[in-house]
Design a protein around this ligand. Structure first.
Ligand code: DHK
Length: 144
């Protein structure tokens, strides 16, 4: 069974301490455990990086190996053409996930380039919302 790729962008390694009023107090390690639990017997590759090129490299791995991608591009959502171009090559479902509701935040956070290619977008469910994202992605995979 092909794995799902759960990819997280810059600053998400600081979850739990980073602006808890926006992102909550759940740590990235706890988010990872939530994702593995929600995935059941579906294999998971869970990554976080602060580097754009590393995120692109993981998307390339998913192109060759992955059944689906759940991605929180974080700040790379809004300006990264290399990330958008890599996602365009992915043949399976892509679920874009944001912990916060980016549409009611500052203007700079309201126009995601990734949304132009994502199969579905989730935003505002908080860090525990990753579980819903994983289950929704698996459902999209099973529909294919
Ligand atoms: C996370 C970030 O780091 C921000 O740059 C995005 C996103 C929002 C989130 O809500 O998960 O704007």
């Amino acid at each position: 069974m092909k794995p799902i790729f759960i990819l997280n962008g810059p600053n998400l390694n600081r979850l739990g301490k980073r602006e808890p009023e926006i992102y909550g107090t759940t740590t990235l390690a706890e988010v990872e455990a939530i994702c593995f639990d929600a995935a059941g017997d579906r294999p998971v590759r869970f990554h976080q990086t602060n580097a754009e090129h590393q995120l692109v490299d993981w998307v390339h791995e998913a192109i060759d190996d992955g059944a689906g991608i759940l991605i929180n591009p974080a700040g790379l959502s809004f300006r990264s053409i290399p990330l958008l171009d890599s996602l365009k090559m992915f043949p399976g479902p892509i679920l874009e996930f944001h912990i916060s509701n980016i549409h009611r935040r500052e203007e700079i956070y309201q126009h995601s380039l990734v949304s132009k290619i994502a199969t579905a977008v989730m935003a505002g469910l908080g860090p525990r919302g990753y579980a819903h994202g994983v289950r929704a992605l698996i459902d999209l995979i099973d529909q294919n």
